[in-house]
Design a protein around this ligand. Structure first.
Ligand SMILES: [Zn+2]
Length: 270
């Protein structure tokens, strides 16, 4: 297998239940040893729960970056994916990963998935088995989106720029594990589950899990604040986002009981 660098069009985040495969070129090294390894790697296996780098795929083979790599949960699925061809071509579409583990994990937080779904009218959202590289967000972090949403976002951003409006990505795809981490940290700080649920969708129920939702901002505005509603960027989105396939998911008094989120837009999908 040639170890040439991947072009931006080929960059994808490849996803399994427990481990993500990241293009090494998009990862920030966390030390000089990391930097030397990442410079020679094409893919890095990353634990979803805490972002830990598990192993790097080098020309001479897989280099473990943690002790006891062989015992890492989900390693088999990640290695199978590493050996399979990358998604390619303009028409390649992701498949949905199974949702069978999320109910048990919600139960661990003290939340019953069925009752939450009935109460909020929200549905479980499966993660895609890969996501397309959509550029960088406001903080220069890689932005991952479903390929359909990625193309629509680029077209919409360009159209806005043509009208003198700068749209910035605040946040795109987020995994179930990422959302679980938010809840675990807030619970550890002593927040009540009900208070967390007033501002964060339960893990598994966020539109961000599917890669079709995008939080949008504009320079000079704080991220994810109500004040975004009073910007020219928001006025532009209200007039034009629909033509690009995006709608605002949580307007005022939405039936899901989620706070008004003028920054959160969802693409209709393929
Ligand atoms: Zn959002």
């Amino acid at each position: 297998m040639p170890r040439t660098a991947l072009s931006p069009r080929q960059l994808s985040l490849r996803n399994t239940e427990a481990i993500e495969l990241w293009p090494a070129s998009l990862l920030r090294p966390r030390g000089s040893a990391d930097a030397r390894t990442l410079a020679r790697a094409r893919w890095v296996l990353r634990r979803k729960r805490d972002g830990r780098f598990l192993a790097a795929e080098l020309a001479e083979g897989l280099q473990p970056l943690v002790p006891r790599l062989a015992r890492e949960p989900g390693l088999e699925a990640a290695l199978d994916l590493l050996d399979s061809p990358s998604p390619r071509g303009a028409r390649a579409m992701p498949a949905a990963l199974p949702l069978d583990r999320i109910g048990e994990r919600l139960h661990g937080l003290g939340l019953e998935a069925d009752a939450y779904a009935a109460r909020t009218g929200l549905a479980l959202v499966a993660e895609p088995d890969w996501l397309a590289f959509a550029g960088h967000d406001r903080w220069r972090r890689p932005l991952w989106l479903h390929p359909t949403a990625m193309r629509a976002w680029h077209a919409m951003r360009q159209a806005a720029a043509g009208d003198g409006v700068v749209l910035e990505a605040i946040s795109g795809y987020r995994s179930h594990d990422y959302q679980l981490g938010i809840f675990e940290r807030k619970l550890a700080r002593g927040l009540a589950l009900e208070d967390i649920l007033a501002v964060n969708a339960a893990p598994g129920f966020s539109e961000h899990h599917g890669g079709l939702a995008l939080d949008i901002g504009t320079p000079g505005e704080p991220p994810a604040e109500d004040s975004f509603e009073r910007t020219p960027a928001f006025a532009w989105l209200q007039a034009h986002a629909g033509a690009h396939g995006f709608t605002m998911s949580y307007p005022r008094d939405n039936p899901h009981g989620i706070v008004h989120e003028p920054w959160h837009w969802r693409h209709a999908g393929p």
